[in-house]
Design a protein around this ligand. Structure first.
Ligand code: NDP
Length: 337
């Protein structure tokens, strides 16, 4: 049984030294318990927060403990009346091969799900985040202009596609030409701007010629700086994530622009609202699942996974996630089905 534990807390960007791969004895189960064997592990930006002991909405992972994470597992052995060997479940068993569960918190995925790993992406936490942030906080109206960064990622790709379904004009922001082309050609965004381009700000202003009604915030930093002057009166900003800051060790250099930000929010009556998906919207998952499964069945939603083989490659893949190396929802295949 392999497991990856947090070896030390990162200062700045994580390195592979912050993680340690360990071999442990196979866990055994008691009456009423299940042995889970992980097949897919989700890697998500929030894990950077769990590696840090700064105060947040959730407790940090302790040094020497298994890294947390959503997984799709098969039941390997069952001493539990509600679970049978071979069935698939969505779990939160973390960066390890095997885990013991008493069944609580597990979500059943059936004996032969068509796409088991979708429960970690389009049908799971990231898809749900995109849906609630955009629809509940963003309140899109047809012909609104939406801007979303990390546009080809797990959340951003869904924000943009749901925006198109709702009749909006969608502008993506992504790192590099290939991701931008994919956002336009496959995801159907109206345009997508490369944030690495020298004239990024000017390009964004030129495609947002009617201003921005919804800025779905995933990244912060220079993308937010470019968006701020383009926001329309009454604009909405679902504040979902700030990935460009997750590795930061200090505030950015330069003049303090807080008063400019607050002045813009005031005179343009802009609503900016943070949210944490399961804390704020857990009771609305069914609404999302109904809509998303229908859109998938109708071919209205494209979903791209960046599938990396092998639990041992999780640290490197996670480090890359914080630096735009992933292309689509990052998932580790920990074991074969
Ligand atoms: P993605 O699949 O989008 O992967 C992260 C992407 O972020 C990278 O591929 C990269 O895309 C982009 N990125 C990384 N560093 C920077 C940077 N410095 N500047 C600009 N872009 C950068 O991840 P997710 O879809 O899983 O998450 C997207 C955001 O949503 C994150 O901020 C995450 O924390 C947040 N989130 C919030 C939740 C909530 O409940 N509030 C729940 C789930 C996610 P590119 O190469 O295109 O720049």
């Amino acid at each position: 049984n392999r497991r990856i534990v947090l070896a030390s807390r990162p200062v700045g960007a994580p390195t592979t030294d912050n993680f340690r791969l360990e071999q442990t004895a196979m866990p055994t189960i008691a009456a009423g318990e299940i042995l889970l064997r992980s097949v897919y592990l989700s890697l998500d930006p929030y894990m950077r927060g769990r590696m840090s002991d700064a105060k947040s909405y959730a407790d940090p992972v302790a040094i020497g403990e298994v890294m947390v994470g959503g997984t799709v597992c098969q039941v390997e052995q069952s001493n539990h009346a509600d679970f049978v060997q071979g069935e698939w479940v969505l779990s939160y068993s973390g960066w390890q091969d095997y885990a013991v569960s008493n069944g609580s918190g597990l979500i059943k995925l059936g004996m032969q799900p068509t796409h088991p790993s979708y429960a970690l992406g389009v049908m799971g936490m990231p898809g749900f985040t995109a849906y609630m942030g955009l629809l509940d906080i963003g309140q899109p109206k047809p012909s609104d202009t939406i801007v979303v960064a990390a546009a080809t990622g797990a959340v951003g790709s869904m924000v943009g596609q749901i925006g198109k379904i709702k009749g909006c004009r969608v502008i993506g922001v992504a790192g590099g030409e290939e991701k931008c082309r994919y956002a336009k050609d496959v995801l159907g965004f109206d345009d997508c701007i490369d944030h690495k381009a020298d004239d990024f700000e000017a390009q964004l202003a030129s495609v947002c010629d009617k201003g921005i009604d919804i800025y779905y915030e995933n990244v912060g930093g220079k993308v937010f700086d470019a968006v701020l002057p383009l926001l329309n009166t009454g604009a909405r900003i679902p504040l979902c994530g700030l990935i460009s800051q997750y590795n930061a060790t200090e505030l950015p250099q330069g003049p303090d622009r807080l008063s400019m930000l607050m002045g813009t929010l005031l005179v343009k009556r802009i609503k900016m609202q943070g949210f944490i998906i399961f804390d704020d919207y857990a009771d609305r998952y069914d609404e999302f699942a109904t809509d998303m499964s229908q859109w998938l069945a109708e071919g209205k939603i494209h979903y791209r996974e960046d599938l990396v083989q092998g639990l041992e490659n999780a640290p490197q893949a996670f480090i890359g996630l914080l630096d735009g190396k992933n292309f689509g929802k990052l998932v580790i295949q920990t074991n074969q089905a």
